[in-house]
Design a protein around this ligand. Structure first.
Ligand code: DSN
Length: 424
């Protein structure tokens, strides 16, 4: 077979785009070269339905070791007793949790998508909102999770499960408070830590594991691994909710979750991605990762301060983690226009609804910015002012093509200081 230059040329162009630009999408990061290489290996050819040591196919003796390594390392990172590394994504991981613990039509409570929540936390367009009765809490006018509202809905509606976690929330969570109300009503607490997982792994944010029965995450955001999902329990438990497996047997939560991933929602695990997860987890266990997490938070706080100094309105006034949400209404710019114009200046971020937004989700009043990827590229606090200056220059000259082109050139030049995959 001839090399497919059409596709490989596009892959080369994407690498060039990533090298030349300032990547500020809060859910993105750059994996190490070895993590990326593991995904392009012979492991992609192997079917391995089941779990290590209990598969439905022959020839699994090597992938069993790979998957067990990933499980063991993940358990060590979060001090867990159970980990499932097979979910293909965060949405798949969350889907498996729902399948394991909820029956169609039962109630659960999650953060509203328009207030920073995630699609899988009950959006009407998502399986979670279509299959179950989704109730929502929001944030206060100061942009902080409205715990009083959460408690009052929980006491009144008695949902079976409460989800904490968000896609666009820059503050830490009070997991203990959520667990307290859950215990009052006998609800399961499920934390989706997809965004801050790396900072939790580094011990820099509140630890959800002691208070939340079930925890899921993606592996590619602040954890800096390949695209994928994971499910974890610090303490496995006989479930007091009387939840049964499809055959009607009472089982431990770990067993219900394993069944919900395979065969509940997935077939064969992606062992090449699991190998990459294992490598990423090894990197997280190194001392360097804690320093990375600390730098992410320092950079986010330096960037937030630089935006505030230029009169940008940050939801909640700042950040505890890797991201910030900016309401652009005082600048008379929509999120859509900001995203599209910054893209032309090689600055990539996403438009985002802000709490109490008056624009559609396709337009939005805000932008979401994360610093995990630029921190991986080697930026420090001092570079945040330069990035904010680039963004501000574009936004303040949003219809001036010459200025946008000049910033695009400056960005490209600036990013040469932070090499990305020099070996490629
Ligand atoms: N799409 C991810 C994000 O950008 O936060 C969440 O799934």
């Amino acid at each position: 077979m001839q090399r497919d230059t059409l596709v490989f040329d596009l892959i080369d162009k994407e690498l060039e785009r990533q090298r030349d630009g300032i990547e500020l999408i809060a859910s993105e990061n750059f994996t190490s070269l070895q993590v990326m290489q593991a995904m392009g290996t012979s492991l992609t050819n192997k079917y391995a339905e089941g779990y290590p040591g209990r598969r439905y196919y022959g020839g699994c003796e090597i992938v069993d070791q790979v998957e067990q390594l990933a499980i063991d390392r993940l358990k060590e990172i979060f001090n867990c007793s159970y980990a499932n590394v097979q979910p293909h994504s965060g949405a798949q991981a969350n889907g498996a949790v729902f399948l394991a613990v909820m029956k169609p039509g039962e109630k659960f409570l999650g953060l509203d998508l328009s207030m920073g929540g995630h699609l899988t936390h009950g959006s009407p367009a998502n399986f979670s909102g279509k299959t179950y009765e989704a109730l929502h809490y929001g944030v206060t006018k100061d942009g902080i999770v409205d715990y009083e509202q959460l408690e009052s809905i929980a006491r009144k509606e008695k949902p079976k499960m409460i989800i904490c976690g968000a896609s666009a929330y820059s503050r830490d969570w009070d997991y203990k408070r959520i667990r307290a109300v859950a215990d009052e009503i006998g609800a399961i607490v499920f934390a989706d830590i997809a965004h801050p997982a790396g900072l939790i792994a580094a011990g820099l944010l509140n630890d959800p594991f002691d208070h939340c029965h079930i925890v899921t995450s993606t592996t590619h955001k602040t954890l800096r691994g390949p695209r994928g999902g994971i499910i974890m329990l610090r303490h496995d438990f006989e479930n007091p909710w009387g939840i049964k497996d499809p055959k009607g047997n009472l089982r431990k939560m770990s067993s219900l979750l394993d069944l919900a991933v395979f065969p509940g929602t997935q077939g064969g695990p992606l062992e090449h991605v699991i190998a990459a997860k294992a490598i990423a987890f090894g990197e997280i266990l190194s001392e360097d990762f804690k320093a990375y997490g600390q730098q992410v938070i320092s950079n986010a706080q330096a960037m937030a301060a630089a935006f505030v100094a230029k009169d940008y309105h940050l939801i909640s006034g700042g950040t505890d983690n890797h991201l910030m949400l900016i309401d652009l209404r005082n600048k008379n710019i929509t999120g859509k226009k900001a995203q599209e114009t910054l893209d032309r200046a090689h600055i990539t971020l996403n438009k985002n609804a802000v709490p109490f937004d008056d624009k559609s989700p396709f337009v939005t009043s805000g932008i979401r910015i994360g610093v995990s990827a630029i921190t991986t590229r080697g930026m420090k606090e001092g570079h945040m002012q330069t990035v904010v200056d680039f963004i501000d220059k574009v936004l303040m000259h949003i219809d001036d093509e010459a200025t946008i082109a000049a910033v695009a050139n400056d960005v490209k030049e600036f990013m040469k200081k932070f090499p990305l995959y020099p070996e490629l």
